[in-house]
Design a protein around this ligand. Structure first.
Ligand code: ADP
Ligand code: TRP
Length: 342
């Protein structure tokens, strides 16, 4: 009897900055958990970053940094198909094909594009000022990423759900036209934090995000990590007063980040805050210790992977080969279905 084929989980991270705690907790860890049950396909979306990152050295650095982060966080490249998007040319051929079955109106309604227009209008600029066609077509390229790997589920943050719905729509348009010969699988978004609704707060209490410049990057040297933790804002409640752990960014980061092995520390810290007698300074020391204990070994692995010529190169080269094989199969069927090639 043949084994049932595992469902495919796919996600990509855009290399637009140094990976931070929010990325680890909100994206990387949950994706790695899914990799235990799914046929997992995880990649670095460098061509998506090109819509904003214009410095070639930076783009190269961020791409490597995101790749090294995945591996340092536990991705096993022998189990996961792990690659850099730009190493898979099949994606860009399918990008054209799917552009030809996608309505322009759909792109007009995309959140990211609409938000850019709204900002321009508010600032009294031309609605499309500063909008490049990469930003406009972004959802089509993302649909290709998803469809070419025959994805069943796509773990993403809330802001990306529309893009996955677009991928499903675009699959539908293609299937309607060519379904007799080839049909794409229709993907579904899953939001890893849906159960908790948690978003990790950043250094200013807003969502931790590169866009707000308020992140705690994952692999800072110890002294810098300590300094950043000290910068998380707290109020002026005196040390002896009882405090509400759930309204403190420092405690939230501790609670969401702490591994199971530090559950006792979290529970004890909660009790001590509620009872009074624990100051914010001491809470920050606890957070720093937990972060540093957990991230220390990952940092070492990350630094080694970031070295030029490290094993990361082989992992990505092998990953690209696997990805091209998967993508090539689908692209072959698509070419046949639409009437190009032999
Ligand atoms: P940023 O907001 O820093 O630009 P991205 O949009 O590149 O981060 O996010 C990549 C992934 O990390 C997404 O899946 C997103 O949901 C997750 N993520 C980013 N910031 C946070 C956060 N503060 N809390 C939880 N998840 C986050
Ligand atoms: N657009 C996603 C983001 O900004 C990154 C991404 C590109 C992606 N291609 C993808 C995510 C395919 C999931 C599936 O976070």
């Amino acid at each position: 009897m043949s084994q049932p084929v595992a469902k495919v989980s796919l996600t990509g991270i855009k290399p637009t900055g140094e990976p931070h705690l929010g990325n680890l907790i909100g994206a990387i860890r949950p994706a790695l958990q899914l990799a235990e049950q799914y046929d997992s396909v995880y990649f670095i979306a460098d061509y998506h970053a090109l819509t904003t990152v214009r410095d070639p050295e930076l783009l190269r650095h961020y791409s490597r940094s995101v790749a090294a982060t995945w591996v340092a966080a536990g991705l096993d490249p022998t189990r996961t198909t792990f690659y850099v998007q730009s190493d898979v040319p099949e994606i860009f051929e399918l990008n054209w094909v799917l552009s030809c079955v996608t309505g322009k109106g759909l792109m007009n309604r995309a959140h990211a594009y609409k938000a850019a227009r709204d900002r321009n209008v508010e600032a009294g600029e031309e609605p499309d000022a500063g909008v490049n066609m990469g930003l406009y077509n972004y959802p089509i390229l993302m649909a290709v990423d998803i469809l070419i790997m025959e994805s069943d589920v796509v773990p993403v943050g809330k802001d990306q759900v529309q893009h996955v719905e677009y991928a499903a729509d675009i699959a539908g348009s293609f299937n309607h036209l060519y379904g007799k010969s080839y049909s794409f699988k229709v993907p579904k978004a899953i939001i890893p934090d849906a159960g908790t609704g948690h978003t990790l707060p950043g250094l200013d209490g807003r969502k931790m995000s590169k866009s707000y410049d308020n992140t705690i990057p994952l692999f800072l040297p110890e002294n810098k990590l300590k300094k950043l933790v000290r910068r998380i804002p707290t109020d002026s409640t005196p040390v002896e007063d009882p405090k509400d752990p759930d309204s403190s960014s420092v405690f939230q980061i501790l609670e969401q980040f702490a591994p199971a092995s530090a559950a006792d520390i979290v529970a004890d810290t909660r009790k001590r805050l509620e009872a009074g007698g624990m100051g914010w300074g001491e809470l920050k020391n606890v957070l720093f210790e937990v972060l540093n204990t957990e991230l220390g070994p990952l940092r070492e692995r990350y630094d080694a992977l970031m070295e030029p010529g490290s094993e990361l190169d082989t992992m990505l080269a092998e990953g690209a080969e696997k990805a091209r094989e998967r993508a090539g199969r689908v692209l072959g069927s698509v070419r046949k279905a639409i009437g190009v090639g032999k």
